[in-house]
Design a protein around this ligand. Structure first.
Ligand SMILES: Cc1cc2nc3c(=O)[nH]c(=O)nc-3n(C[C@H](O)[C@H](O)[C@H](O)COP(=O)(O)O)c2cc1C
Length: 208
């Protein structure tokens, strides 16, 4: 497996965020295949199309960091059954100016974590909806809705102390590494196929 640069985007801007710690565990599980760095979203001014010609420095920094990555790992809490405003703003900032989205074609995965029982299911699927529109190949399985997450599942250094949670988070990180590899290698294969990727290939009969 090749090694890929990954942008970790955490939907919480809270200093002691549970989601940030889980993102850290996912990244730490795949040192040989993913070079994963958290891209901060907290300092991004609200996206305003009127400022496309005079963009905020923080928008440019954010777009550059996402553009320079080969995949995006989203780990986010749920706010009022959707994604936090800070994360939606970051998605909007990265999607514009029109036609210059930095998200397009980047393989991605989403995990949600909450002290609540349904593990941020609503946020998880709202985020998937945005990513589908943004043309990001989304990992479908495994899904990760971490419910019942609380501070006592983590050690003082922020690593996951709860073995069950740690194993699932690490497994998710490893599955994402496989997904990123599959998308990039698949693209490479298509590009080197003389039939190309533009629909010229003969249809494969059903059942073959
Ligand atoms: C404005 C707000 C709305 C919230 N709405 C939800 C919700 O819809 N579902 C849920 O499971 N938790 C909800 N929570 C609780 C968060 O899941 C909890 O605060 C969690 O720890 C936030 O993640 P973080 O630790 O990564 O910051 C909400 C919290 C806030 C501040």
């Amino acid at each position: 497996m090749d090694r890929y640069t990954i942008a970790g985007v955490v939907g919480s801007i809270r200093e002691d965020s549970l989601n940030r710690k889980i993102a850290g565990a996912m990244c730490a599980a795949t040192p040989d295949s993913l070079d994963c760095r958290i891209v901060e979203i907290s300092g991004l001014p609200l996206y305003d199309p009127d400022l496309d010609g005079n963009p905020a420095e923080a928008w440019l920094r954010f777009r550059e960091e996402i553009a320079g990555s080969q995949g995006v790992l989203f780990v986010t809490p749920e706010y009022n059954r959707s994604i936090p405003a800070a994360l939606k703003n970051a998605i909007d900032v990265g999607s514009r100016p029109y036609g210059q989205s930095v998200w397009a074609k980047k393989p991605a995965a989403v995990a949600t974590a909450s002290p609540g029982g349904i593990g941020g299911f609503g946020a998880n699927h709202h985020l998937r909806q945005c990513c589908v529109f943004l043309d990001m190949p989304m990992m479908q399985q495994p899904e990760a809705y971490f419910g019942g997450v609380s501070d006592d599942k983590f050690g003082p250094d922020g690593t996951i102390a709860d073995e069950g949670l740690r194993k699932i988070a690490e497994g998710f990180g490893q599955a994402f590494a496989g997904w990123v590899d599959l998308i990039h290698k698949g693209r490479h294969l298509l590009a080197s196929d003389p039939a190309g990727s533009d629909g010229e290939r003969a249809a494969i009969p059903l059942g073959s």
